[in-house]
Design a protein around this ligand. Structure first.
Ligand code: BG6
Length: 490
């Protein structure tokens, strides 16, 4: 669907997200000829800077981050000609005149206000836009995470933004939903007949969802230490993945059909009590170690780290969904910084065969599993038992592999490219609705409260490992293993 003309306004326009992700994403779509000739990107920043100075910053900060194809001078010139820099104080409506002047006054032009700013000023920006008469029926607002830090703050954001924009104008970003494989999971589940009859407690033993990063917190300590892995990754990205795995078939791909189905999952998550929480959640914090053979410091020795920080950089948990489909099936969720590898994957493990007709005992059969890989390489792997060649009937695990890059040669899209296109098209399916956001916070809040009130520390783990030993113990309690621990050595 071709885009209609738009003014995309980036609040936080000179910030990290704009420079690292948003401008490169828009450039990629420009090169792909997706953007209307007169569409513009208005970058809003507080700093007094001329248009030339701002473009110089884009040239030196953003351009080097653009991946292939190599940036051609003509394409870059066409792209930068779309950029307009506007300086104002986002929290002061009286300073918005330059934005009023920059926006085109044509009701057919879509206006998108992208708030890549701290959430504390979302409400002020929305009010200021309203006060200046900048919110038209054809306007949309995009909210970047963190979308609150608990249920109360999330409700407040929803309520305040809701005073200015209709729910159908609000795009809450979770960039994991923009990843290719997440949509492929929808295709796998609802474009094939094969899995649906098996996608339930009768046939599935457990589900593991891991997002592991080799990176530490780098220069984001100011934000990260007040957040931690639970708020930064689990409340949003991991829960969204869990929803897509566990939701009932929606009646269509329409935004509310999908969001209703996800909401039902969030509301069916078994609530933790202080006792079940202590048994089923492990939080860790990295200590010095080696990642890719290089020595890396402890979290507490990272620049600007508080001396006795209790912030978790790792969390693993066993979650359960109280529905007929999923009762009793553990969903193991895990995320961490400074882990042994960088990967994001979902592993759906099926049950053991009931009886072996071969000479091998039943427990020598690896249960079937489906591995859905989001990154680094996008693909699906089905593990099956197969006969080894030669004489005799000896079965061994074999893999059916679908590598999306090999299979489909068409060019890839980064998550932000897809999500920005969806906002500009007015397509809400891959964005969270307000009630979903609140349901996710409601479920994690008892965990946050408990950690707050409890004076214990996260368990230490060495950088470059798969997290604390307690994480393996959590899953081995039920005779299971994290996938990397279960991989055969060969
Ligand atoms: C962000 C988190 O939402 O996701 C970061 O704030 C994290 O801490 C990042 O590094 C991971 O995203 P991706 O796409 O690189 O896996």
């Amino acid at each position: 669907m071709a885009l209609t003309d738009f003014d995309l306004v980036l609040f936080g326009g000179s910030g990290d997200l704009s420079m690292r992700k948003l401008l490169p994403a828009m450039y990629a779509r420009d090169v792909a000829n997706d953007l209307p000739a007169t569409a513009r990107i208005i970058c809003v920043g507080r700093a007094e800077a001329s248009q030339e100075e701002f473009l110089h910053t884009v040239e030196t900060t953003s351009k080097p981050l653009i991946k292939s194809p190599a940036v051609a001078p003509a394409a870059w010139a066409r792209f930068t000609a779309r950029i307009v820099y506007v300086s104002l104080n986002a929290t002061d409506a009286a300073t918005y005149a330059p934005l009023v002047d920059a926006l085109r006054q044509d009701s057919a032009i879509t206006r998108v206000y992208y708030l890549a700013t701290p959430p504390a000023i979302f409400a002020r920006i929305c009010e200021s836009l309203k006060e200046n008469g900048l919110v038209t029926p054809n306007s949309r607002v995009v909210l970047e995470k963190p979308l609150g830090r608990d249920l109360a703050s999330a409700k407040q954001i929803n309520a305040e933004v809701g005073k200015v924009f209709e729910e159908s104008q609000i795009y809450r970003i979770d960039h994991y939903l923009g990843k290719e494989t997440v949509q492929n999971l929808l295709a796998l589940r609802f474009g094939n007949i094969l899995f649906e009859p098996l996608w339930r407690r009768e046939w599935i033993s457990d589900v593991q969802i891991t997002i592991a990063e080799k990176l530490g917190v780098g220069n984001r300590m100011g934000y990260y230490d007040t957040s931690g892995a639970l708020r930064d990754m689990l409340q949003n990205h991991l829960l969204q993945l869990l929803c897509i795995v566990a939701m009932e078939p929606p009646t269509s791909i329409a935004p509310d059909a999908v969001r209703d189905a996800k909401l039902q999952v969030l509301r069916s998550l078994k609530k933790f009590t202080p006792t079940t929480l202590a048994q089923n959640i492990v939080r860790g914090q990295y200590r010095a170690g080696h990642v890719d053979g290089k020595a890396v410091p402890s979290y507490r020795d990272e620049p600007d780290a508080p001396e006795h920080s209790r912030t978790e950089t790792f969390v693993a948990m066993k979650a359960e969904i109280d529905t007929w489909r999923w009762a009793g099936v553990p969903f193991y969720l895990r995320t961490g910084k400074r882990m042994a590898d960088s990967l994001a994957e979902i592993v759906v493990r099926f049950k053991q065969i009931p009886h072996s007709i071969f000479a091998q005992p039943t427990n020598s059969f690896q249960p079937n599993s489906l591995v859905i890989r989001l990154q680094p390489d996008e693909g699906l792997r089905m593990n099956l038992m197969a006969k080894t060649p030669g004489d005799g009937m000896r079965l061994k695990q074999a893999e059916l592999e679908l590598d999306f890059r090999e299979q489909f040669k068409s060019p890839r899209m980064e998550a932000y490219e897809r999500l920005l296109l969806d906002v500009l098209r007015g397509q809400l399916t891959l964005f969270m609705r307000g009630d979903e956001l609140e349901a996710a916070w409601e479920w994690v809040e008892p965990i946050l409260d408990h950690w707050e009130s409890d004076d214990s520390y996260p368990v230490p783990y060495s950088a470059g490992t798969w997290g604390p030993a307690a994480s393996s113990a959590l899953i081995s309690r039920e005779g299971l293993q994290w996938r990397e621990e279960a991989l055969p050595e060969d």
